[in-house]
Design a protein around this ligand. Structure first.
Ligand code: SF4
Length: 220
């Protein structure tokens, strides 16, 4: 299958079957999403969602968080992975928001990356989800799934995968395609033993094609 056809079928399938895909993180404003995404590194969205209600009750704004200590913040996120580092990053992030950005979360990916605890992936999530920018955050699910399907080829790192995906997915679909890939990786194309038998895109998947060991595709 040609690359362009693979992309076209991928976009067509998910546009039809998951037209409203969104993040599973629960948030009410850009500040809350930024905090949640920082907390979600190496942690499940489910656990983050269990933690954030109490967190936002006690640290409702960047101003309050900036005036808090790392020890205070730690108490509210200690069930999350790497709580010490994340507490330090959250306070530092809030201080920078207050000092350099007037207390507002910036929409620009480069500016977002200046904040403590905010790497390229986190910046892309915030820009994509809150500001609806055509950004493609590449996490472990997006990296694995896009390579298996054959959307990315020989991508050696998340940045290379991001560049290939952004180049080939129609601009207006990039933001939602990020959710398609994450959700597909979380529930169907899981890391070990992907559920190919129940996968709706096996007809366009390179990994599945190789599994069959022949063309054209067998009946399914
Ligand atoms: S067919 Fe299998 S490997 Fe391909 S996307 Fe579906 S679950 Fe993943």
């Amino acid at each position: 299958m040609k690359k362009a056809d693979r992309y076209q079928q991928f976009v067509e399938y998910f546009s039809k079957h998951q037209p409203d895909a969104v993040t599973e993180l629960e948030y009410e404003n850009p500040y809350q999403l930024l905090v949640s995404v920082i907390l979600s590194a190496q942690c499940t969205d489910k656990r983050v969602n269990m933690t954030t209600p109490a967190f936002f009750k006690n640290f409702p704004t960047p101003e309050v968080l900036a005036a808090s200590s790392q020890v205070e913040v730690f108490q509210y996120i200690k069930s999350i992975s790497y709580p010490n580092n994340k507490a330090k990053h959250l306070v530092g992030m809030a201080k920078m928001l207050m000092n350099d950005f007037g207390g507002e979360v910036p929409a620009d990916v480069d500016q977002l990356q200046k904040l403590p605890g905010v790497g390229r992936k986190t910046a892309n999530v915030v820009a994509s989800v809150v500001f609806n920018k055509a950004c493609m955050p590449v996490d472990t699910h997006v990296f694995r799934v896009s390579a298996r399907i054959g959307l990315t080829v020989n991508a050696k790192n998340p940045l290379q995968a991001e560049q290939q995906l952004v180049k080939n997915i129609p601009e207006e679909k990039i933001s939602i395609a990020h959710h398609w890939l994450i959700l597909h990786g979380r529930y169907v194309c899981i890391a070990r033993n992907p559920k190919c038998h129940e996968c709706g895109i096996k007809q366009l998947c390179k990994y599945y094609e190789k599994l069959q060991g022949k063309r054209p595709y067998p009946p399914h």
